[in-house]
Design a protein around this ligand. Structure first.
Ligand code: ATP
Ligand code: MG
Length: 234
């Protein structure tokens, strides 16, 4: 299993007590698999991604990424694991205003021992994969919202991550552009064999997912459970 979250509990300080943001959550995503996480605002979706991204250490439970137990690493080691193995796509692209699309990818590249030319070729190949070859020289203000989000996705893939974590990538886009971004994620997940987790509010788009998990109050609840057939067979 490329991404494994095992019995994760995460609490935040809340007044005199603690707020349970994640309540014994488990998640398993294989290479090439796309799991969608849905649920109401405040149910813990972004917290789940932050734990999977090793940005937040849970109170208990294990995060295993490509065979490495991330929850057992030091901060420095987990930063290294994150850089090498995890691609993160936040809701807001956070592109650097002064850089072209191609440069956004190049500055994120940490491909040890690679020559600048190889990094540039890889950045070009990824921009092509998200259908932005013709826009590679443009700066963020010269791109549409959907194009910026596609640069954001290409940038998350520059270090060939095993795990791709995506938080609400379509919330700033209209339906059609949102659908195109999700189709792209589906294809990239299969082609590049990432274990992908997609947080979304938009249930219309769930057909791209191999598996859908629904969160309520920090816990994963069963959805689309098959109807239990009655032993009497009526
Ligand atoms: N840094 C923090 N400190 C304290 N509480 C937090 C923090 N981050 C999130 N929370 C709380 O944890 C709970 C889960 O938040 P989270 O951001 O994971 O929800 P979400 O499902 O992503 O919501 P949304 O759909 O609105 O983005 C919420 O009750 C939230 O208020
Ligand atoms: Mg959120």
């Amino acid at each position: 299993m490329t991404l494994l979250l095992d019995d994760i509990t995460l609490t935040y300080p809340d007044g005199d007590g603690r707020l349970t943001a994640l309540d014994r959550v488990g998640l398993r995503v294989p290479a090439g698999g796309l799991t969608a996480v849905v649920g109401p605002s405040g149910s813990g979706k972004s917290s789940l991604l932050a734990v999977a991204a090793t940005l937040v250490t849970p109170d208990s439970g294990r995060v295993v990424i490509d065979g490495t137990e991330a929850t057992a690493l030091t901060r420095t080691e987990s930063a290294e694991l994150r850089r090498r193995a995890i691609g993160i796509v936040f809701q807001q692209p956070n592109l650097l205003p002064s850089l072209t699309a191609l440069e956004q990818l190049q500055v994120m590249a940490h491909l040890e021992g690679r020559k600048p030319r190889e990094v540039r070729d890889r950045a070009r190949e990824l921009l092509d994969a998200v259908d932005l070859s013709a826009q590679s020289h443009r700066r963020p203000h010269q791109l549409s919202g959907g194009q910026r989000q596609r640069v954001n996705i290409a940038r998350a893939l520059i270090n060939e991550p095993r795990v791709l974590l995506v938080d609400e990538p379509t919330s700033a886009l209209d339906h059609e552009r949102g659908a195109a971004v999700l189709d792209l994620l589906r294809n990239l997940t299969q082609e590049r064999r990432t274990a992908t987790v997609l947080v979304t509010h938009d249930r219309d788009h769930l057909t791209v997912a191999d598996e859908v998990q629904e969160m309520r109050d920090g816990a994963i609840v069963a959805i689309d459970a098959p109807a239990v057939s009655s032993p009497c067979g009526d």
